[in-house]
Design a protein around this ligand. Structure first.
Ligand code: SF4
Length: 433
């Protein structure tokens, strides 16, 4: 069968699609790069915002118009709205998050064991740029109840994957030649709490770093309350990417309480200080919600001042959107939409400025860039490369050779403000090319 795989939303969805790619290949099916070529499509949906939910529905309609025979839908939107999704034209099967690890087995009516694919290297999902890095799912679900969050409702309680399975996935990815492994989960920091022999994310990372063939390890979003100053000692290993994504959501203590976030601005600031002391030039990025129910002008100004003080290296700023089924959607004091948008714009301005200041310190420096893609340059026979440093600086330049999936030292000579990327010069080429 020809199968088209697609996903919307988080890295966890991405890593699940990669696992389906391996299992489908192990079962002898062919992955195709376009819906139009497919007999069957699997879509991993998202519901974190109204926009993500609408994109998910749009993909299903697109697949139906493209004439895909069988559409199988999983993910957060199909978990919270199963009947509505099943009624959509072309949708044959909805598999909720709780059972998505068995999706391919259920879809092909095969025992899960038959899909175990040791030795089957990690598959590149056609159409994706995943030759360079692998998203490895280590944990799913969440036991927290942040009042704005639909994910905890859609993904269920926290559950950790065993170390053996995680190491197998990482080995399969390294066998496929990836240069960077990204650990991902819904509530990554809770990994290990629920295992028969409870363990910590710190111990898992230390175990993974024992793989001496592992070039680069990146840790995805971490809830700040799971961390302590000792966690940052892991970064003595230079293969750990100097990037911490710590969702703050609001810099106002009273708003954080209404969000049921287990952190205070003061404790957040202490963690950031400790991280910056122990990890030189670390990039600290975050998520922020503007216009949370009941947010007064004073609370907004308090939060804004805190965000300015922390000086993030980047931020995703979300305009609050009430997700049906969450406590925040039922809260009094819903903020007018124009004010939510206005506050988002102000927050973006502040975080864009601090991000630019963070980037500027690297001008004229030599950094290690993992080149993600090489496409033919518009002019001449050269190649347009784009890549990322470990601390999330984007770099673009034109080269004589397609250096995709390679790490090279590169001198950063120019910084383009918006979209933000560096250009520069590769200072040393790998012997292998
Ligand atoms: S920690 Fe909060 S925001 Fe994150 S997934 Fe859990 S409930 Fe949602």
């Amino acid at each position: 069968m020809k199968v088209y795989l697609d996903t919307i939303g988080c890295r966890l969805n991405q890593s699940e699609i990669e696992t389906y790619a391996r299992q489908l290949t192990a079962a002898g099916h062919t992955l195709v790069a376009a819906m139009e070529e497919a007999d069957l499509m699997v879509l991993n949906t998202c519901a974190v915002t109204a926009a993500a939910a609408s994109d998910s529905r749009q993909k299903i309609r697109q697949a139906n118009r493209a004439g895909v025979g069988r559409i199988v839908v999983t993910g957060c939107l199909s978990t919270i709205k199963p009947d509505a999704i099943l009624k959509m034209p072309g949708v044959e099967q909805v598999i909720p998050n709780a059972d998505k690890d068995n999706l391919v087995a259920r879809m092909l009516d095969l025992p899960l064991q038959q899909l175990a694919s040791p030795g089957v290297a990690r598959q590149t999902v056609p159409g994706s740029r995943l030759r360079t890095r692998a998203f490895i799912k280590v944990q799913d679900g969440c036991d927290n109840h942040c009042t704005f969050c639909i994910t905890t409702i859609a993904r269920g309680q926290s559950r950790s994957r065993p170390v053996r399975e995680i190491l197998e996935d990482i080995q399969a990815a390294l066998d496929a030649g990836v240069q960077e492994v990204v650990l991902t989960g819904v509530h990554l920091g809770s990994w290990g709490y629920d295992l028969d022999q409870p363990a910590s994310l710190k111990s898992l990372i230390a175990t993974i770093l024992e793989i001496d063939t592992l070039p680069r390890l990146r840790v995805s979003s971490l809830e700040p309350w799971d961390l302590d100053e000792d966690f940052f000692t892991l970064w003595q290993d230079k293969r750990l990417c100097r990037h911490l994504h710590l969702p703050l959501q609001s810099g106002s203590a009273s708003v954080l309480r209404r969000m049921a976030r287990k952190i205070t601005p003061q404790r957040f600031a202490e963690l950031v200080t400790a991280a910056r002391e122990q990890i030189p030039q670390v990039a600290i990025t975050t998520d922020l919600i503007a216009g949370f129910p009941g947010e007064t002008d004073e609370e907004f100004q308090e939060g804004l001042a805190f965000v300015e003080e922390i000086a993030f290296s980047g931020a995703h700023v979300f305009t609050f959107s009430a997700r049906q089924g969450t406590a925040a959607a039922r809260m009094p004091g819903q903020v007018h939409n124009y004010l939510r948008k206005e506050r988002s714009a102000i927050l973006r301005e502040v975080t864009d400025r601090s991000a630019q200041r963070y980037r500027e310190q690297f001008l004229g420096h030599e950094v290690e860039v993992l080149w993600e893609s090489a496409t033919r340059a518009k002019v001449g026979l050269r190649w347009a490369l784009t890549g990322l440093t470990d601390n999330y600086l984007r770099v673009q330049l034109v080269e004589d050779r397609p250096l995709s999936n390679l790490v090279t030292p590169t001198l950063l000579t120019r910084l383009n403000p918006q979209p933000a990327y560096f250009s520069g010069k590769i200072t040393q080429y790998p012997d292998t090319i």
